[in-house]
Design a protein around this ligand. Structure first.
Ligand code: SF4
Ligand code: SF4
Length: 97
C-alpha cells in the first residue's frame, strides 16, 4: 500500500471553518503590536493570519485559525490581549481526506 504525501497547503485546504462573527476568540492590541520590534507572530502562525499592512502595521484575522496556540506562546510583548478557544460549534474542523 502506498500513501501519497500531501503538501501542507493541501492538508490545510481540507479543513473547514465555522467562524463566530460575533465574538473573536483572539484579539490583538495594535498599539502594543506597533511597538513590538520582532513580531514573531508573522513567522510562527501556520495559517499565516498575522500579516503586515502596507504601512507596516500588524493585521490579524481570526477566521482560519487552527487553534494551535503558537501565537499565544510566542507573543512575548503581550500584544495578544485575549486568546481562548472558540465557542462551542465554532472554529476549525480538521479533516484528513
Ligand atoms: S492559534 Fe495558531 S493558527 Fe491560530 S492565530 Fe495563533 S498561531 Fe495562528
Ligand atoms: S508578537 Fe505579539 S505583540 Fe508582537 S506583533 Fe505579534 S501579536 Fe503583537
Amino acid at each position: 500500500m502506498s500513501i501519497d504525501r500531501m503538501t501542507a497547503p493541501g492538508l490545510l485546504g481540507l479543513d473547514s471553518f465555522t467562524v463566530d462573527e460575533e465574538k473573536a476568540h483572539i484579539v490583538v492590541n495594535k498599539e502594543i503590536c506597533a511597538k513590538c520590534a520582532e513580531k514573531p507572530c508573522l513567522y510562527v502562525c501556520p495559517a499565516v493570519l498575522y500579516k503586515l499592512g502596507k504601512n507596516g502595521e500588524l493585521t490579524f484575522d481570526y477566521a482560519g485559525c487552527l487553534e494551535c496556540g503558537t501565537c499565544r506562546v510566542m507573543c512575548k510583548n503581550k500584544g495578544i490581549i485575549k486568546w481562548e478557544y472558540p465557542r462551542g460549534s465554532f472554529g476549525v474542523n480538521f479533516r484528513c481526506g
